[in-house]
Design a protein around this ligand. Structure first.
Ligand SMILES: NC(=O)c1ccc[n+]([C@@H]2O[C@H](COP(=O)([O-])OP(=O)(O)OC[C@H]3O[C@@H](n4cnc5c(N)ncnc54)[C@H](O)[C@@H]3O)[C@@H](O)[C@H]2O)c1
Length: 327
């Protein structure tokens, strides 16, 4: 039995903590939100706003605080302050402990920001006094506990072998593959995964936008493409932009990292974001105007004229003109 401390007990933190508790570990939940603590207590869980208690009683900490979007870039202020507060409380710990970052952070945050903060505020040394892992979470907001308990794979990014060994031991009851990498590879894995989902959704939305202009039902095409045996069956979004807590902000963060750092120009990912914005804009206008779907002729010109079709026509014109201007 391992003493686990959850720092940030929202969607990811609750699922992680409940999962490890059900695997016979001793789990303490910490959060700055009193309502969340009360909710967890009502479920019979050990939850507190006393960080000192959690720091003292835990050997492995999971950092599960938000890493939100700010001006289309990642905002690390919450995770930095959570790590600083935890590190201060770990100053007096005599035994080795492990800090696992589960919040999604861009490469190379754990190495360049998190570890130096822990060392500074705990007055301890990574490797000898404490270990560090980055352990991306792939659960969905809709089914967090079930997804946590039934992962396709577990990725452990490790500062050193000892850190990875300890975390792998904690995950040993899980039957899926466990992949061990360095910290930055694990950080990038999470973005690659979310960017892949985002790309798939925007790919079919682009097909949808093209088909709509020339009177083809893209839903039929979607179904046919999904029948490809090398493809896999996924619950595709169709005609809807991707949203939620993770896809837009993770796409922004990875684009900002490579673009602003002049590392690589992520043209496809920028295009994925543009398609998503186009779909979102189109849907918003369609909802607002509450008009019926326009009817297109074989050549793609609008047969039935109403508010919505006027909008779509000018939308298509603008999009086409801006594309022509770029080439
Ligand atoms: N929601 C998902 O489906 C999902 C999936 C995979 C990864 N993630 C990532 O996991 C991280 C957490 O996401 P979430 O959806 O669980 O967020 P959430 O908003 O549901 O929960 C975060 C919790 O952290 C608490 N918190 C904020 N500041 C804190 C602090 N300084 N100390 C302690 N607690 C603090 C909040 O009160 C909240 O309860 C993010 O980086 C997110 O990108 C989310």
């Amino acid at each position: 039995m391992v003493n686990v401390g959850i720092i940030g007990s929202g969607v990811v933190g609750s699922a992680t903590g409940k999962g490890f508790k059900d695997l016979e570990n001793n789990v303490s939940f910490f959060d700055i939100d009193a309502n969340r603590i009360e909710l967890l207590k009502k479920q019979g869980l050990q939850a507190t706003k006393d960080l000192k208690f959690v720091a003292k009683s835990s050997e492995i900490f999971f950092i599960c605080v938000p890493t939100p979007d700010k001006n289309r870039n990642i905002d690390l202020s919450i995770i930095k302050s959570a790590v600083i507060e935890l590190s201060k409380e770990c100053k007096d710990k005599r035994d080795y402990f492990l800090i696992v970052v589960k919040s999604t952070v861009i490469p190379i945050t754990t190495e360049n920001i998190i570890i130096p903060l822990i060392e500074k505020y705990s007055n301890k040394k990574a490797g000898s006094d404490f270990g560090v892992c980055f352990n991306p979470e792939f659960l969905r907001e809709t089914n967090p506990y079930e997804d946590f308990m039934n992962p396709d794979r577990i990725v452990i990014g490790e500062y050193d072998k000892k850190s990875g060994d300890i975390l792998e031991q904690l995950y040993s009851p899980f039957k899926c593959p466990i992949i061990r990498t360095n910290l930055r590879t694990a950080e990038m894995t999470k973005y690659a995964n979310n960017c892949f989902y985002a790309t798939k959704i925007s790919f079919f939305n682009e097909i949808h936008l093209m088909c709509q202009k020339i009177g083809i039902d893209s839903n039929i095409i979607r179904k046919i493409v999904q029948m490809d045996k090398f493809y896999g069956i996924h619950p595709w979004e169709h005609g809807h932009s991707f949203g939620g807590k993770c896809l837009p902000k993770d796409l922004n963060a990875v684009i900002a990292l490579f673009n602003e750092g002049h590392i690589h120009d992520p043209v496809l990912l920028k295009a994925v974001r543009k398609v998503n914005e186009d779909i979102e804009f189109l849907n918003r206008c369609q909802i607002n105007e509450k008009a019926s779907t326009p009817i297109y002729s074989e050549s793609g010109s609008i047969v039935k004229q109403n508010n919505e079709s006027t909008y779509i026509r000018s939308f298509c014109k603008t999009t086409m003109n801006s594309n022509i201007n770029k080439t």
